[in-house]
Design a protein around this ligand. Structure first.
Ligand code: SF4
Length: 308
């Protein structure tokens, strides 16, 4: 059996920055540092930060007065920002700059008198954050079918923005449906789907050309990891999302010549190595190689108070 690793895979710049923020906050301010929601959707990352002194909470009411508080990479609604301000909590915002960019776009469209449509998944924290940042009602659509039932007149001025971690193709279909339904609609000049999501999706499509089965390392609640698995299925290759090597079912890979292995943007490389070790327990002669792919050089600056 051979394993081909997707390139790029795993951590994106937004995830690296978010983890850095928590680690540097712990170094600078000491423990505990409170983090609202999982800093990124990966249990392994969360547990590692917990062991260093981070405390994860779902709501600000769980944060004691005066405690250093970090907002997760997914972003937060304005109500949460205001709550933190009114309590005087020292906040470090780990919202990915590409998510913040979507917030700004949405606000701009609303300021220009447009009704905003957000393409995304209900219940995802990024979607809740974006809907709560815009300061006006936002219509969420999850599918082309949802577009038909939007309670907005067809000639109203409309704009759309999207969640950053969707499938490029699904979004295209929904945007096309929106353009058919509304005569005066605008959207961002370049897609909101972030560079990391796009690159990982393209890499998994390439991998599907040579792999008999695709394994995606990532958390079940990680949007971008789920999309990678769905792309594998769309391409006709059996595809599985696994947290680590313990979740690998040997029957998925037995008799397969080529296993394609990738990782979502919030999955650390050590979990990829953990899956390779699990595959090696199935086939001791496993060969491992890496696809040629796009090199990523994007880095995001840390908040000013944590630089140096
Ligand atoms: S997947 Fe994209 S939007 Fe999400 S944290 Fe990474 S770079 Fe930012």
């Amino acid at each position: 059996m051979r394993v081909i690793l997707a390139q790029p895979r795993g951590f994106c710049a937004g995830v690296v920055r978010a983890i850095d923020i928590v680690e540097r906050a712990l170094e600078k301010y000491g423990e505990p540092v409170y983090v609202r929601h999982e800093i990124v959707h990966n249990r392994h990352v969360v547990e590692a930060l917990k062991s260093k002194g981070a405390r994860f909470v779902e709501e600000l009411t769980e944060v004691p007065d005066g405690a250093v508080t970090v907002f997760s990479a997914h972003g937060v609604p304005q109500t949460v920002v205001k709550d933190a301000q009114s309590r005087g909590l020292p906040v470090l915002d780990a919202t990915c700059p590409l998510v913040s960019k979507v917030h700004s776009q949405g606000k701009r469209y609303v300021a220009h008198g447009r009704t905003l449509v957000l393409i995304g998944h209900a219940g995802h924290p990024e979607v809740e954050g974006t809907m709560g940042q815009v300061g006006a009602p936002v219509h969420l659509v999850q599918s082309e079918k949802d577009v038909e039932t939007l309670p907005i007149p067809s000639d109203a001025p409309v704009a759309y923005v999207t969640q950053t971690t969707l499938s490029i193709d699904d979004t295209k279909g929904i945007i096309a449906a929106l353009k058919r339904r509304f005569s005066d609609i605008v959207g961002p000049e370049t897609s909101d789907i972030c560079y990391a999501t796009q690159n990982r999706q393209m890499a998994v499509r390439d991998l599907c050309r040579v792999a008999d089965v695709i394994l995606v390392v990532g958390a079940k609640n990680s949007s971008n990891s789920n999309r990678l698995r769905e792309i594998g299925i769309e391409e006709g290759v059996p595809s599985y999302l696994i947290t680590d090597g313990d979740e690998l079912d040997p029957s998925w890979v037995r008799g397969m010549k080529t296993v394609g292995l990738t990782a979502g943007a919030s999955a650390p490389e050590e979990l990829v190595l953990n899956v390779i070790a699990a595959l090696r327990r199935i086939d001791a002669d496993l060969e491992v190689s890496q696809m040629h792919g796009k090199k990523e050089h994007i880095e995001f600056r840390l908040p000013a108070e944590l630089r140096n």
